[in-house]
Ligand binder design. Sequence first.
Ligand SMILES: Cc1cc2nc3c(=O)[nH]c(=O)nc-3n(C[C@H](O)[C@H](O)[C@H](O)COP(=O)(O)OP(=O)(O)OC[C@H]3O[C@@H](n4cnc5c(N)ncnc54)[C@H](O)[C@@H]3O)c2cc1C
Length: 247
Amino acid sequence: MASWLDGKVVENRRLNDYLTALIVDVDLGGYEAGQFVRIGLRDGDEVLARPYSLVNTPQEPHLEVYFNIVEDGPLSPRLFDLRAGDDVVVSSNPSGFLTVSEVPDCKHLWMIATGTGIGPFLAILKSEPAWQRFEKVILCYSVSYGVELAYQELIAGFGAEHGDRFHFVPVVTREPHPSALGKRVPLLMQDGSLEQHAGLSINADDSHVMMCGSSNMITDVSTELVSREMKKHRRRDPGHFTTEKYH
Ligand SMILES: Cc1cc2nc3c(=O)[nH]c(=O)nc-3n(C[C@H](O)[C@H](O)[C@H](O)COP(=O)(O)OP(=O)(O)OC[C@H]3O[C@@H](n4cnc5c(N)ncnc54)[C@H](O)[C@@H]3O)c2cc1C
């Protein structure tokens, strides 16, 4: 059972009135890029906590989580209102299998995120192992509105550092957006435009696909992958895709 570590908010870096990155100072032990912790607030003797993926790497000094307000959700609106100096608690046991060490050997690593599901992929892209293990890394980042495309400078930096080994596919589904594809990711796979944009195919011979975010996207993309003779990865039964559902 996890114990709670006491942490302090260093910064609440708001992107708009429903998306923010919370930076937390806490003494967390070892973990892998892509894992998540539970973050919460004390209510008397009780703790109200939810899982959040870490955007930071283990080498960075502070924890960073990126999230949206869920209206009527018990915790996310309260976390959104925190300010520098406020107290939070953080679970002492980072967990999760959305990590590069869980991915079997392959040539191309595809990462598909919806919304705040971008977080763990940023941590992975900031870390060395992804660049040591795969010839090409493709990041597909799907949001509803262009203003929700966060961390654009960081993502541009991966391109500047890794050249044509990195390919970024932004997707904006609810309004036209320059340079972004405009349909839900499962449709972009079915009509071939995702792979056309990247100049690579997604197949069982050389690809592994990581997905993070909404269960609708994950279910529909998984169905498409299964139709391509790809299967969900398990430690005891290696496969071609790994998933983390936020909701
Ligand atoms: C392993 C894991 C990692 C997660 N990491 C993140 C993260 O890095 N960033 C992040 O924003 N969320 C993340 N989540 C979701 C997060 O834990 C909370 O559920 C979310 O912040 C809402 O909390 P809440 O207490 O306000 O509402 P909850 O009681 O948790 O949820 C209320 C309702 O909202 C749905 N919901 C949960 N998250 C969302 C969302 N993002 N958008 C729309 N509906 C949602 C739930 O399915 C539920 O029906 C993660 C979830 C899991 C399981």
